[in-house]
Design a binder for this molecule. Structure first.
Ligand code: TRP
Length: 452
């Protein structure tokens, strides 16, 4: 039986759902920790360059592949060219590993939301106490596991509501709210005593702080944050309609995403310096706990701290949710379209798979901490392998595919909506996809291996 394919309704919706996928823990949790560990301002500069030179052309390429075929990642690449279907499979693999650790961190945000409501989070005062709290939570066995599982089930049930009702409604209401709250918090954070030191750390590039791997980390973060390199934007664009302007949608998503990441930096760094988590003049090693230690400290300096932290963690949960939905959807759409498994069951099947990887990642911070692959815990391995390897490789293949393999007219047709929109920029984009993007990714890999 032919199933009717869902789609997103309005013009605004295409931007908001794609931004919903892009804006997530990558911006609020991953970006500040990486910037802290990699010299602050210098990392920001390299990151923004990667967004501009790799992110923008690739998000357009992925949108084009998805919207032209109206199929999920695997089907889309295969329909355009049989031999290049592997990019889609690659994406499904990346989706699994990525969600493995993403669900664990999402679970942490859920836990912090609950602890805000029951008042436990405002019981402590020094950053050291918050560090201990985070460490004891992270290494426990059952609690983080249960929260990660809960997050998987929440994602499952939103997806079960269908594309339009589930995904679109969530994004339309909650994304704008997130932007407003982030903005208010940024202002508060900058005004905290000593906050200016944090702004300096974040905005003043100190290129001597760059170490091996910094450039790779910045590139990986650009892919991660924009949700590109694994067919996620392909899958979402398959729900766009023919009138959607892919150029402006891609640009708006990229700008919103970068804006949220930068705002997160403006919230975290001044506060971290103000409460003494970081000291001026030293490179702080922050790790994945950064926001879970810094944010409670910011809330403590506010009246009604419980209320603030509850609202804020709720919004991070929403940001994470709109992202987990988009990754989960890659797997569910694959099983549905390729294996002809009914939507309901394809959703359950991917959920079951997620339980396994997320459990591994969560336990690897506690009882399975001794199990190492290449010296990394499962949690770090999933994170490192997806962001720094799978996504850039996926992006590399997509740029070659759209730049060299597909017909010259393909990009023009999609970016101009069959000639209805101006296409002056198309040759530039094509050039970037043919030459610039593959070369940059390749050079960064060589650089990381110490070859150049
Ligand atoms: N971009 C999201 C974030 O920053 C995570 C994400 C969603 C993602 N879909 C993706 C990352 C696809 C890579 C690929 O939190």
């Amino acid at each position: 039986m032919e199933q009717k394919r869902g789609s997103f309704a309005g013009k605004l919706s295409a931007v908001l759902v794609a931004a919903g996928s892009a804006v997530g823990l990558g911006n609020i949790w991953r970006f500040p920790s990486l910037a802290a560990d990699n010299g602050g301002g210098a990392f920001l500069v390299i990151y923004l360059l990667c967004v501009l030179l790799l992110g923008v052309p690739l998000i357009w390429a992925e949108f084009s592949v998805g919207r032209s075929t109206q199929l999920g990642a695997v089907g889309a690449y295969r329909t355009l060219n049989k031999r290049w279907g592997f990019i889609g499979y690659f994406g499904v693999l990346a989706a699994f590993l990525l969600l493995g650790f993403y669900y664990v961190v999402s679970g942490w945000t859920l836990e912090y939301f609950v602890e805000s409501i029951n008042g436990n989070l405002s019981k402590y005062s020094t950053p050291e106490e918050y560090r201990l709290l985070f460490d004891s939570f992270k290494t426990a066995t059952w609690k983080p596991l249960l929260f990660a599982w809960a997050f998987i089930l929440i994602t499952h049930f939103v997806i079960a509501q269908g594309v339009q009702k589930g995904i679109e409604k969530c994004s339309n209401v909650l994304m704008p709210l997130l932007f407003v709250i982030l903005f208010v918090m940024a202002i508060h954070s900058v005004l905290m005593p000593g906050g200016v030191e944090g702004l300096k750390f974040f905005f003043k590039p100190d290129f001597s702080a760059i170490s091996t791997g910094t450039i790779l980390a910045a590139m990986g973060q650009a892919f991660f944050s924009l949700s590109i390199g694994m067919g996620c934007m392909v899958t979402y664009a398959s729900y766009f309609n023919r009138e959607t302007n892919l150029k402006t949608t891609g640009l708006q998503v990229t700008m919103l995403d970068s804006l949220v990441a930068i705002t997160a930096g403006i919230i975290i760094f001044p506060a971290a310096f103000s409460v003494g988590i970081f000291q001026a003049g030293e490179t702080p090693m922050a790790g994945p706990g950064l926001i879970f230690i810094t944010l409670p400290a910011i809330f403590n300096s506010l009246p009604w701290s419980m209320l603030w932290s509850a609202i804020f963690f709720l919004l991070i949960i929403v940001a994470a949710l709109t992202s987990t939905i988009s990754i989960h959807e890659v797997v569910a759409a694959y099983l549905n379209e390729e294996w002809k498994i009914e939507r309901k069951w394809s959703n359950w099947l991917s959920t079951a798979g997620m339980f396994v990887v997320a459990t591994l990642a969560s336990l690897s911070l506690g009882v399975l901490n001794e199990v190492r692959v290449f010296g990394l815990t499962f949690f770090d391995l999933f994170d490192y392998v997806t962001a720094n390897l799978l996504l850039p490789i996926g992006g590399f293949c997509t740029s070659i595919f759209v730049g060299w393999v597909l017909d010259k007219k393909f990009l023009e047709r999609e970016l101009t909506n069959d000639g209805k929109l101006g296409g002056k920029i198309v040759p530039v984009v094509r050039f970037m996809l043919r030459w610039l993007c593959p070369l940059i990714v390749f050079a960064i890999f060589l650089d990381t291996m110490g070859v150049i």
